[in-house]
Design a protein around this ligand. Sequence first.
Ligand SMILES: Nc1ncnc2c1ncn2[C@@H]1O[C@H](COP(=O)(O)OP(=O)(O)OP(=O)(O)O)[C@@H](O)[C@H]1O
Ligand SMILES: [Mg+2]
Length: 357
Amino acid sequence: MPSSTHASATSDSVQVSSLLEIHDLHVSFRTRDGDVHAVEGAELSVDRGSTLGIVGESGSGKSVTALTVMGLTRFPNATISGEIIFEGTDLVKLPNNQMQSVRGKRIAMIFQDPLSSLHPLFKIGWQIVEAIQAHEDVSKATARKRAIEALREVGIPSPEKRIDSYPHELSGGMRQRAMIAMALVLKPDVLIADEPTTALDVTVQAQILDLIRRLKDEYQTAIVMITHDLGVIAELADEVAVMYAGRVMERTSRERLFTVPELPYTWGLMRSIPRLDAPRPGRLDSIAGLPPSLIHLPSGCPFHPRCPYVMDVCLKVEPKLEQSEPGHLVACHLQVEERRRLGRELVSQHGSRSDER
Ligand SMILES: Nc1ncnc2c1ncn2[C@@H]1O[C@H](COP(=O)(O)OP(=O)(O)OP(=O)(O)O)[C@@H](O)[C@H]1O
Ligand SMILES: [Mg+2]
């Protein structure tokens, strides 16, 4: 059942601020080679019962953004600034001991590799029971019942038996489900899913996406779906943020993104949307050139060395994320009319492929 927080928020439709809002987030790591600017001024938000998709190539700062929300980038070599407002509290400033009660219970994360969050030496049931007991004052027996229920909910057959399996005894898809069960057992307000399906085959992938969609509808969970696959975004996201070089460079609704995308980088990603009858590529490779070094960024727009539409200004001035129209933010120096014309053109050329989906 939805918790009372969920219920009150869903009936309160006049609420203006989002459940989770990220403003001007910067995360950098000092390394021997220099400072890695992993996240630079990210602006994001997500509401209850809604899915924010974050898409971008490898190294664009998606995971670092998510891990920072969870308070998991507080390394001695990290510098973090900006705001992560969750229900009025700034998580960037929240002390570690208070962060622990948010993590898992209020905001949960599914990691790309289930083995990195499931301990290999402990039975999955024990791990879920531990997670429950870390946050709630319940008996082991009650926690175990809840764990079995959670495993059942994510579609694991005979959960009363599987609860005593070790992670390596489960298939990749089942492990992913077990991790999702662990993330869901506490009915978090926000679920961050970092590439939850990349390692899985297409059928299991579809089942996991279905499960996440159901969660959002049944519990009004706010979902942050991180992926480098625009196909996943097309299936799941309500709002989309396109990240490049640690920056959010385009942000809009899914409908708008797939009708009038306004960013040359987004167009590059779109050309790489795989057909449903072909396997999805693990990495995007259709944009010429490589993502920039986050230690020595190019001047001006970080995408300029790879952009087919580069102009003089792009070499000198970094474009700000600005409103192109209500609900559509873009960081690009191209003229708005030109961007829209090119975006629409790309969508119409690409239409034959999308129609086959
Ligand atoms: N602890 C760290 N110390 C130094 N650099 C780091 C650290 N964590 C991440 N980075 C760097 O930050 C950048 C952003 O990494 P991040 O993991 O957020 O990318 P991503 O968008 O999630 O990519 P992928 O699609 O491959 O998962 C990368 O260049 C990465 O090497
Ligand atoms: Mg990542």
